[in-house]
Design a protein around this ligand. Structure first.
Ligand code: FAD
Length: 407
């Protein structure tokens, strides 16, 4: 039914087996809000970080689709672990492996294969969906770029080592475009200028720190500028293509959370008895479960289609199709919100208790319609794709590189 090859099914089963350990620690990770380092070590040993890194750089060279199979399994068990699997296989690492110099690729691959989940720094207090309105500046001084600005909602701030930082690049007093700069955080105060200012308390996914990062004269050598083909002027657009991978990964996490909640609700519907019958026998509950299963299958079909559009693994720096990625993310995010809420409803008061995982699933699911492109901004991307034209969002002619790209 699922159409997986034997190798894909074996990979998914291997992830499913380790995800049992992730499930066992998920409640504690939520309660303590601590990054799940022991689980990250287990995932690293099992080869689930850096799966998409080509063999030439020490990884197994798996495809985006194969990574998505793994991500869903971890997200079903522990959404934070699912997100770690996304960020260690898509996003920044995908951008570096596609566009980086040999030295940048070696650096990034080495960090991720050793257990690092890189951070992407795009969003600013005054530049959210309108990401190109960012004001962080990188000014070239000889062979070094000096970066100043504030980023917020940076996933992994404080635990990540590799940072892909986006800033407006100025050379000889002229703006060249928005570029990506690589910096490696080695610990508190190193490098000076990359300051984890504060952790932002979040509703769900609490084991994953979200941080406000202050860049105060951060010095990045020119050799650490990520230059996609077309140079700095076209850099942001190219780098955002890599973000389509991250978007599909996020959709897979949303799907996994929904699938986990659905399975819990299905089991409960068979065992909880009221009026002398299992509650699943009531049409009201049966139809809820039916709708949940339909939503899940539809979301999975779009997520898989988008992931497959990135092409095969090893060495091919393919990214998912922009339209397919946006469609998948919108449906998976909506599905996660709907299905987790329906699952909690099926559990009744027990679902509302913090003794059970349902309320955590509801909180965790809420993020996906916001981060990685909001539900509204992505619907505009879908409209652009099906209409075949740009739909400028700015009132006046916007900045040179476009509009509302939304991280
Ligand atoms: P705003 O852009 O202020 O939007 C507010 C509302 O207006 C939304 O409902 C939005 O849909 C709507 N809106 C805005 N523009 C339009 C439009 N043109 N058409 C229709 N509606 C519109 N950023 C990073 O750079 N790195 C990260 O690692 C990262 N991780 C995140 C993790 C979490 C948990 C969260 C919540 C956010 C994260 N973000 C990250 C930031 C995220 O990408 C932004 O929140 C997102 O781009 C939206 O920006 P905003 O929150 O400022 O909302």
């Amino acid at each position: 039914m699922d159409g997986l090859t034997p190798a894909e099914a074996a990979l998914r089963d291997r992830a499913r087996a380790l995800a049992r350990e992730a499930a066992a620690q998920a409640a504690a990770t939520d309660r303590t809000e601590a990054y799940p380092w022991p689980m990250v070590r287990r995932m690293t040993e099992a080869g689930f970080l850096g799966m998409t890194i080509p063999r030439a750089h020490g990884g197994p060279g798996l495809s985006c689709f194969e990574a998505v199979l793994v991500i869903e399994e971890f997200a079903k068990a522990c959404a934070v672990c699912g997100r770690i699997a996304v960020e260690a296989n898509m996003g920044a690492i995908g951008a570096v492996m596609a566009y980086g110099t040999e030295a940048q690729k070696r650096l990034a691959a080495g960090l991720v294969l050793a257990g690092d989940k890189p951070a992407i720094c795009i969003t600013e207090p005054e530049a959210g969906s309108a990401a190109t309105e960012m004001t962080t500046r990188a000014v070239r001084q000889g062979d070094v770029w000096v970066i100043d600005g504030v980023k917020h909602w940076i996933t992994g701030g404080g635990v990540s080592r590799l940072h892909l930082i986006f800033a407006r690049a100025f050379e000889a007093g002229e703006e060249r475009g928005i570029a990506g700069f690589l910096a490696v955080r080695n610990g508190e105060g190193d490098p000076p200028g990359l300051v984890i200012h504060r952790r932002i308390p979040s509703m769900g996914l609490r084991g994953m720190p979200e941080a406000e990062i202050h860049l105060r004269g951060l010095e990045v050598p020119d050799a650490m500028v990520l230059r996609p083909p077309g140079g700095l002027a076209r850099g942001f657009g190219r780098l955002m293509q890599a973000y389509n991978g991250q978007r599909v990964g996020a959709a897979a996490v949303a799907l996994g959370i929904a699938a986990g909640a659905y399975e819990t609700a299905l089991a409960r519907a068979g065992t909880r008895r009221q009026f002398g019958r299992a509650i699943g026998e009531f049409q009201g509950i049966g139809w809820m479960l039916a709708d949940m299963s339909i939503q899940l299958e539809a979301a999975r079909a779009l997520v898989w289609r988008a992931a497959r559009s990135a092409g095969p693994g090893d060495g091919v720096p393919g990214f998912p199709d922009r339209l397919a990625a946006a469609q998948a993310k919108v449906l998976a995010a909506d599905t996660a919100i709907a299905v987790t809420n329906q699952a909690l409803q099926i559990w009744g008061a027990e679902g509302y208790s913090r003794d059970n995982p349902l309320e955590r699933h509801v909180r965790d699911a809420r993020m996906f319609a916001i981060a990685g492109g909001t539900a509204q901004v992505l619907r505009t991307q879908v409209a652009e794709g099906i209409l075949g034209r740009k739909l400028p969002q700015a009132r006046e002619t916007g900045p040179a590189q476009g509009h509302a790209q939304g991280p």
